[in-house]
Design a binder for this molecule. Structure first.
Ligand SMILES: *Cc1c(COP(=O)(O)O)cnc(C)c1O
Length: 442
């Protein structure tokens, strides 16, 4: 039931608060050029209104289930973003001790924090026990035994959901980002779930109270969730009949976002077939959206350094690189890129891949890292760009800055949050001193 590329989804919906006014790109009420002159480039620019819009849209679509929404911290981890979401009521899904530290740093409600990950260390588990988080999503027998032992030694009780692998997948999901298929490292096979409860369901220190799955990312239709839930509910039913106190079901994240307008299902398209399945189960439902909330809320603003012709191709060389946004290189992801200022009289791009700029030229947009694979986009028809021009890489809020590296000893970009007509730095640009400090300090 997936959407073919370019086919519009069932409903139109607000994509983001980035728009052109008289040829000039704005984030909410702020011209992005103003941000670039204040903090330099490359810089990630986030729209608070867009972030909150998508957070609310998913809660609204699933409201009948009164779900706990645990924003996936790994998709966009800046503490100022987390703070904004926490104040809107969000919980958090963390996958490491570092992410746990971030949610602790903002004083998030620990009861709405869930912790997944196949490799949790003793240190991470002890920190999470001390923080009294809402749920450990346990991924193996050994991990469960270790968690129980650590909980006992710390004099704590842990609430646990078993991460199962329901063996369904979305054929449209890149194989590196599919996690809910048999023979991935995540979770235990669904047909092992009952044996797991038999063995550990009455543990005195780690209380097994739920089931968790996360199918991968992005999932372009409700169908894989429906299949996974349909496979999981009978397991829950049988466990309940055998007096295991099952009360939690966490259906993970993976809800798709629009990298081009209308490409992905709306929140309601996911919720419509899912909600009736869960309505009368008495289960407390958790969702872990990351990309759905963060993707469209951010763009990467970069400046053109040089333009050159080589081997019959035209290269626009910018000051951002694969070190700032690795998704095009890693997953073949297609991010739309447009100039921050359009040529006089040009129509604003419709945010679809077939945008052909007037008097456009076909270019590759590349960074300065010493790798041939360092590109942000290839074969794009864009208005003529020249040294000093600003370009915006759209839909870069999720898995953008968080995957940045310092390869080639490049300091990581700054991050800016826009709220209405104001903007503020939420992460300063790294300096060369930041890069060298751990080496000087030894
Ligand atoms: C990455 C991840 C998510 C979020 O995935 P999105 O596609 O960003 O929604 C949710 N849950 C778990 C366990 C994850 O690892």
């Amino acid at each position: 039931m997936g959407l073919a590329a370019g086919e519009p989804a069932g409903r139109e919906r607000m994509m983001d608060h980035f728009e052109y006014r008289s040829g000039e790109l704005f984030c909410e009420q702020v011209a992005v050029a103003e941000i670039a002159s204040a903090v330099g480039t490359p810089v990630y620019v986030y729209s608070a209104a867009t972030l909150l819009h998508h957070y609310r849209a998913i809660g609204e679509a699933f409201r009948e289930l009164r779900p706990t929404i645990c924003f996936s911290v790994k998709s966009l981890s800046n503490i100022h973003i987390l703070k904004l979401l926490a104040s809107a009521g969000s919980g958090f899904d963390v996958v490491s001790g570092g992410e746990l530290e971030r949610v602790r740093a903002i004083g998030a409600d620990a009861s709405k924090v869930v912790f997944a990950g196949v490799a949790k260390t003793d240190r991470e588990i002890l920190d999470a026990l001390a923080a009294d988080i809402g749920c450990f999503n346990v991924e193996s027998e050994e991990e469960f035994i270790n968690l129980s032992r650590l909980a006992e030694s710390a004099g704590r009780k842990a609430t646990v959901a078993l991460r199962i692998n329901p063996d369904v997948y979305d054929p449209q999901t890149h194989r590196y980002t599919a996690t809910g298929k048999k023979a991935t490292k995540f979770g235990v096979d669904i047909d092992q779930a009952e044996a797991f409860f038999d063995r550990f369901g009455h543990d005195a220190h780690a209380h097994l109270e739920g089931i968790h799955f996360h199918l991968g990312s992005p999932i372009y239709s409700a169908e894989p969730y429906v299949q996974a839930i349909t496979k999981t509910l009978p397991v829950i039913q049988r466990l309940r009949e055998r007096e295991f106190p099952l009360r939690l079901l966490n259906i993970g994240g993976g809800f798709a976002a629009d990298y081009e307008r209308g490409r992905s299902p709306a929140a309601a398209d996911y919720a419509e077939p899912i909600v009736p399945l869960l309505r009368d189960t008495g289960l407390s439902i958790t969702l872990e959206p990351g990309r759905f909330i963060a993707c469209n809320a951010g763009l990467l603003l970069t400046s053109v350094q040089y333009v050159k012709q080589s081997g019959g191709r035209k290269f626009v060389i910018v000051d951002a690189a694969m070190t700032d946004l690795i998704r095009p290189v890693l997953y073949g992801a297609q991010h739309l890129i447009y100039p921050a200022r359009l040529p006089a009289g040009a129509e604003p791009p419709q945010r679809r891949p077939d945008y052909a700029a007037p008097e456009g030229e076909t270019v590759d947009i590349v960074g300065g890292v010493c790798e041939t694979s360092d590109f942000l986009a290839t074969d794009r028809v864009l208005p003529k760009l020249a040294r000093g021009d600003l370009a915006a890489v759209f839909s870069a809020g999720a898995y953008g800055f968080v995957m940045a590296s310092q390869y080639n000893s490049r300091p990581r970009a700054a991050e800016v949050l826009v709220e209405g007509d104001r903007f503020r730095l939420i992460r300063r640009r790294e300096t060369h001193d930041d890069l060298l400090a751990p080496e000087h300090e030894v």
